[in-house]
Design a protein around this ligand. Structure first.
Ligand code: BV8
Length: 263
């Protein structure tokens, strides 16, 4: 699990920082009811490997299967709410000079919680687009305005190419603007908080390495050790919905102590 001393050390590092970067993965949304990417898929999806479904080839080979997977995830996420972990980051943002969230998640829960500065590196389940980007990149399509069902990828109303989710698939490049911002934040932060990611997907898995190279204190919040654990300075093991609120409380205590000392 984690020690009070580690929570305090993490809070001290955050209290001294000008820029805090948060790198979040599927684990932060687990307590909102959204399965992580490597959880055994439930129901119909048990027999599919997400990394085999979240690719341009899968969509080309079997667009209706990939479409159904995304529409079912979209419908699940639409019923989910931010959990205390997301809300703690909104609190933390108010207690520090600058906090930027670099999220791999496509569930939109950081924005729904009220975080002000979120880079959605892998896109969003809430947006759909023409797979040919016929009106420019991206050609977003409002699903509410076109007839569609859960079984078949619908045609683009402009050009007839199939509609797909506005997410970054494996083998696709991330938006250069988002990626540039992410590496800039990672290279200039004093603290990077890595929350709920296995650290297996590139280029997001490089951010903590980049932050550490630039001299930042890297703090991990994860249920279990991850690929990144060996390179972090402070490891807080447990559910993020429990640990992040504790971290915010410790940060407030830190600030009160320093305000008291300042009297
Ligand atoms: C790119 C959107 C340049 C879609 C996602 C070979 C060929 C082609 C590419 C590659 C290759 N080898 C490597 C690559 C690069 C590839 C990659 O990294 N592959 C990996 C698998 C080896 N990356 C890419 O392709 C990226 N693009 O590199 O472009 C390029 C292009 C061509 C060729 C080479 C390079 C694009 C990657 C983006 C893919 N899209 N999502 C969708 O969602 O459907 S990734 C998807 O999986 C998620 O968005 C997320 O990023 C990732 C899952 O990772 P995590 O978030 O970490 O989730 P995971 O389940 O793994 O772990 C959850 C963690 O939470 C666990 O540690 C668990 O312990 C913890 N946890 C659980 N509960 C809690 C908790 N922690 C705290 N509290 C809890 N309660």
């Amino acid at each position: 699990m984690f020690s009070d001393a580690n929570i305090r050390a993490a809070a001290e590092a955050i209290s001294r920082a000008q820029l805090i970067a948060v790198s979040s993965g599927a684990g932060i949304s687990k307590e909102s009811g959204i399965p992580t990417f490597r959880d055994a898929q439930t129901g119909l999806w048990a027999q599919y490997d997400p990394e085999q479904l979240a690719t341009p080839d899968a969509f080309k080979r079997n667009p209706d299967l990939v479409w159904s997977w995304y529409v079912s995830r979209h419908d699940l996420v639409a019923q989910c709410r931010p959990n205390p972990g997301h809300l703690a980051l909104v609190e933390m943002e108010k207690l520090v000079p600058q906090l930027v969230i670099l999220t791999q998640n496509v569930d939109g829960l950081h924005c729904a919680a009220g975080s002000a500065d979120v880079v959605e590196l892998h896109g969003s389940l809430g947006r759909f687009k023409c797979s040919a980007d016929c009106q420019g990149s991206p050609t977003l399509v409002d699903l509410e305005t076109i007839p569609h069902d859960h079984e078949h990828a619908p045609p683009c109303p402009h050009c007839g190419a199939l509609i797909r989710p506005d997410v970054v698939w494996f083998g696709e490049v991330l938006s250069s603007i988002g990626l540039e911002r992410a590496f800039d934040v990672a290279g200039n932060c004093q603290v990077m908080l890595v929350v709920g990611t296995s650290g297996m997907v590139q280029p997001a898995a490089s951010f903590p390495i980049e932050a550490r190279r630039a001299g930042a204190t890297v703090i991990e919040v994860n249920l279990t050790p991850s690929q990144l654990t060996p390179v972090v300075d402070i490891s807080l093991q447990g559910p993020s919905g429990h640990i992040l609120p504790l971290l915010v409380d410790a940060l407030k205590a830190c600030r009160n102590r320093s305000l008291g000392e300042g009297d």
